[in-house]
Design a protein around this ligand. Structure first.
Ligand SMILES: [Ca+2]
Ligand SMILES: [Ca+2]
Length: 215
């Protein structure tokens, strides 16, 4: 049986496995550092489910050993990149479907209707990862807690605006229910470091191991 020593395993973990796994994935897009991105991977899922269900599904998915999460959009560049990669099998007709993003109002609940009551529609927004809430891209008039038509206090989740086609801006909606309020899909983001970073981590690990072996 083929065996690799600790050095081989470490190198594999740092480089070879990355290449093997990434080449086997379909509809997986990397926003590379070379093109000005963060090196993360993104995967669009077409599934008409609630925000909470999408969040749970995303966190149950993994790529290259890293768990996913509903996409966090922290710059206009990432917003456009994500918008343009809502693609399955080369088909980009999923863009205007009102897809979920990983934004919610802190205190929101899957069951309690008035969970965020008492706060303005634009207060207490957060990303599922805890990344800083700084960049926003609300569609004109949003967030509005449902506005005139639906003054419900459970309008605490964000999606790409729907049904306005071709708009990469966001609006706040309920986690489920209502025409166009349930998204038709969601983007999963995997915070995987660039291979260059992995290489450095791998080298650091090798040096640490070597020091420990000698010590
Ligand atoms: Ca992100
Ligand atoms: Ca709200």
């Amino acid at each position: 049986m083929f065996r690799i020593n600790w050095l081989g395993r470490a190198v594999c973990a740092a480089l070879v496995c990355v290449l093997l796994v990434s080449s086997a994935s379909a509809d997986m897009f990397q926003w590379t550092v070379a093109e000005g991105g963060n090196g993360h991977y993104y995967e669009f899922v077409y599934d008409s489910i609630s925000w909470y269900a999408a969040k749970t599904n995303a966190e149950g998915m993994s790529h290259m050993g890293v768990s996913g999460h509903l996409v966090t959009i922290t710059s206009s560049e990432e917003n456009e990149w994500v918008w343009n990669h809502q693609i399955i099998g080369g088909d980009d007709r999923f863009r205007a479907a009102g897809n979920w993003i990983g934004a919610y109002q802190e205190g929101a609940s899957a069951t309690a209707k008035d969970a965020v009551q008492g706060f303005a529609p634009d207060e207490r927004w957060a990303w599922v990862t805890g990344e800083e809430w700084e960049f926003t891209n609300w569609y004109s008039g949003y967030p509005n807690d449902g506005g005139f038509y639906n003054p419900a206090q459970d309008v605490d989740f964000a999606q790409f605006v729907c049904p306005v086609p071709g708009t990469s801006q966001w609006r706040d909606v309920r986690q489920s229910g209502g025409i166009c309020q349930v998204a038709r899909g969601y983007m999963v983001e995997y915070d995987i470091p660039e291979p260059a970073t992995l290489t450095l981590l791998g080298i650091g690990g090798l040096l640490a191991l070597r020091r420990r072996k000698r010590g």
